[in-house]
Ligand binder design. Structure first.
Ligand SMILES: C[S@@+](CC[C@H](N)C(=O)[O-])C[C@H]1O[C@@H](n2cnc3c(N)ncnc32)[C@H](O)[C@@H]1O
Length: 234
C-alpha cells in the first residue's frame, strides 16, 4: 500500500517511470554530514545574499499554496537563517530545525528583529528527528533535500512526524529531464557541493525510492528549474 495519497491522472505519478528508478543512484556525488555542516558554517554570514532573493519566489509560492490555518503545527526542516520562518502567519505554531548552529544563530536574530514569537528553532539532524510520530500538520523542507547525504532517510523522517492527512512538502532543484542539461548538472554537481547543494538529484528515482506519490509537482522560480512537490500522508 502506498504511504501517500496518489495524484490525479497525468499529474505527479507520471514522474515515476518503470525503468531502474528503484535502484539507481540519486546523484553522482556522495556527501557526509560533516562536510555539509562545514560548508554551511562558512556560508552562514553570506547565505542571505547568495540564496535570498534568487530563491524567494519559490518560497512565497510554497507558503501561498499551503493555505495555512491558524491551528496548524508546521515543521520546517533545514530552516537555516529563518528566511521562511518569518513568512508563516503569526497565529500558527512553527518549529524550525537545522543542524548548523551558525545558520540558526542568524535565524534567531531574524526572529527577534521581526518580533516573531510563534517560531521556535532547534538544533537537530533532519535524518534523526527527536519528535514523536504524527506531531505536525505540515512538514516542509525548502531547499534541503539536495543538501543531505541521504534524501530518502530524511523524507522518511518527515513522513513519520507528519500526522495522517497532513502534508509533506519539498521545494528543491532536481536534475533536468532534458538530456543536455542533465549531463551538465551531473558534471557540475561535485563542484556545487561546495556551494551547499547537489545539482543533479534525480526526482523520479527519489520519488520511487522514498515511496512518494505527490498530489502535485509545480515548477517554481525564474528560470523554472525548481520543483514544489506536495504529498499527503495517507
Ligand atoms: C540551502 S539551505 C536552506 C535554508 C532555508 N530553508 C531557505 O529556504 O533558505 C539548507 C539548510 O539545511 C541545513 N541542513 C543540511 N543538512 C541538514 C541536516 N542533515 N539536518 C538539518 N539541517 C540540515 C543547512 O545547515 C542549511 O541551513
Amino acid at each position: 500500500m502506498a504511504l501517500f495519497e496518489r495524484g490525479g491522472p497525468g499529474r505527479a505519478d507520471e514522474y515515476i517511470s518503470t525503468s531502474d528508478v528503484a535502484t539507481r543512484a540519486l546523484s553522482v556525488t556522495v556527501v557526509e554530514n560533516d562536510f555539509v555542516e562545514e560548508v554551511y558554517r562558512k556560508l552562514a554570514p553570506n547565505y542571505d545574499w547568495f540564496f535570498g532573493p534568487t530563491l524567494h519566489p519559490g518560497r512565497l509560492q510554497a507558503i501561498q499554496r499551503m493555505g495555512i490555518k491558524p491551528t496548524d503545527r508546521i515543521l520546517e526542516v533545514g530552516v537555516g537563517t529563518g528566511i521562511n520562518a518569518v513568512l508563516y502567519p503569526r497565529e500558527c505554531s512553527v518549529t524550525g530545525i537545522d543542524f548548523s548552529a551558525e545558520m540558526l544563530l542568524r535565524g534567531e536574530r531574524r526572529l527577534a528583529r521581526k518580533g516573531r514569537t510563534n517560531v521556535r528553532l532547534l538544533e537537530m539532524d533532519a535524518a534523526a528527528m527527536a519528535f514523536p510520530d504524527n506531531s505536525f500538520d505540515i512538514v516542509y523542507a525548502p531547499y534541503l533535500i539536495s543538501v543531505v547525504p541521504d534524501p530518502v532517510t530524511v523524507v522518511t523522517e518527515m513522513r513519520r512526524v507528519c500526522r495522517p492527512g497532513g502534508r509533506v512538502i519539498i521545494l528543491n532543484h532536481f536534475r533536468s529531464p532534458n538530456g543536455l542539461l542533465a549531463w551538465f548538472e551531473r558534471l557540475i554537481s561535485p563542484l556545487t557541493l561546495y556551494a551547499g547543494f547537489k545539482a543533479d538529484l534525480d526526482l523520479p528515482a527519489f520519488l520511487a525510492q522514498a515511496d512518494l506519490h505527490p498530489v502535485s509537482i509545480e515548477k517554481v522560480n525564474v528560470p523554472r528549474l525548481w520543483s514544489l512537490v506536495t504529498c499527503v500522508k495517507a
